[in-house]
Ligand binder design. Structure first.
Ligand code: IPE
Ligand code: IPE
Ligand code: MG
Length: 253
């Protein structure tokens, strides 16, 4: 009986209503470690191992874009040892995953003010972006030094400069124009936003892009979030009705 239930749980109906873009707030690494009497960084290390598993689950479900919140613009305010360890882990993770990305033809992108990361991180990130830029089977986007408010500030500065330089007409600024100045330019909006660890907030993540995203919260800490949890979230998404301001009757027409 249990086995039968498990099989059914793991079965994704690929014929209907799949999210094209899933964004995840990978939260709970610190608490995962604390509950085991380990240092916080051990939680981050264990969490980084879930990236490969979740990317593979996403591709199994036919998800084309996966955006992972790895370091927020506010996370610089954590203790220096933790920030330094996270930067070290970022380098190791990129090194370890590079071959996989190339082998599986996954395009790698980042969002966030990546230029402010340590220069050896920037080099690795830019190299992998360059190596994978023409792949289109799937896109993995890491949000690094990302915060929606910082993203908007940078976009507004660029819009004002381009308007002053007559590259754009202020009268014609609409949402597509503004969105082309965001870090997510040419990436479709997230359909499904997942946050692990039981927190129910967006913490400055993709605030405008997620305007119509379906939100999914799970108590599971990120280091325990694997393939089955991902599939469970996608199945929940498939049950939702996205109305975009319309009525259910209008959607049926
Ligand atoms: C998420 O886990 C990873 C980062 C923010 C870098 P946390 O480190 O926030 O884990 P908790 O929330 O303290 O458990
Ligand atoms: C959001 O998690 C950032 C990342 C997952 C990288 P935080 O743990 O930093 O968010 P808050 O502080 O709980 O809102
Ligand atoms: Mg947290």
């Amino acid at each position: 009986m249990y086995e039968f239930y498990n099989v059914a749980m793991n079965d994704i109906d690929k014929s209907a209503n799949l999210p094209r873009h899933v964004a995840i707030i990978m939260d709970g690494n610190g608490r995962w470690a604390k509950e085991r009497g380990k240092p916080r960084i051990d939680g981050h290390i264990e969490g980084s191992k879930r990236i490969r598993e979740v990317l593979s689950a996403a591709s199994e479900c036919g998800v084309k874009y996966l955006t992972l919140y790895a370091f927020s613009s506010e996370n610089w305010n954590r203790p220096k040892e933790e920030v330094d360890a996270l930067m070290e882990l970022l380098k190791n993770t990129i090194r370890e995953h590079s071959e996989d990305f190339i082998k599986n033809k996954v395009r790698f992108r980042t969002i966030g003010n990546v230029g402010k990361l340590p220069s050896n991180c920037v080099e690795l990130l830019e190299k992998l972006k360059e190596q994978t830029k023409n792949f289109d089977s799937a896109t993995l986007i890491l949000a690094l030094n990302y915060g929606s408010r910082d993203e908007i500030c940078r976009a507004v500065k660029n819009i004002i400069q381009d308007a002053a330089g007559k590259k754009i007409d202020p009268e014609k600024i609409d949402w597509p124009v503004i969105s082309s100045y965001l870090d997510t330019d040419a990436i479709p909006d997230p359909d499904l936003m997942i946050r692990t660890s039981g927190e129910m907030r967006l913490s400055n993540y993709l605030m405008m892009q997620a305007a119509y995203a379906e939100l999914y919260f799970t108590k599971t800490y990120w280091p325990d979030f694997g393939r089955d949890e991902f599939i469970k979230a996608v199945k929940e998404y498939q049950r939702r009705e996205r109305r975009y301001g319309l009525t259910t009757d209008q959607l049926k027409k």
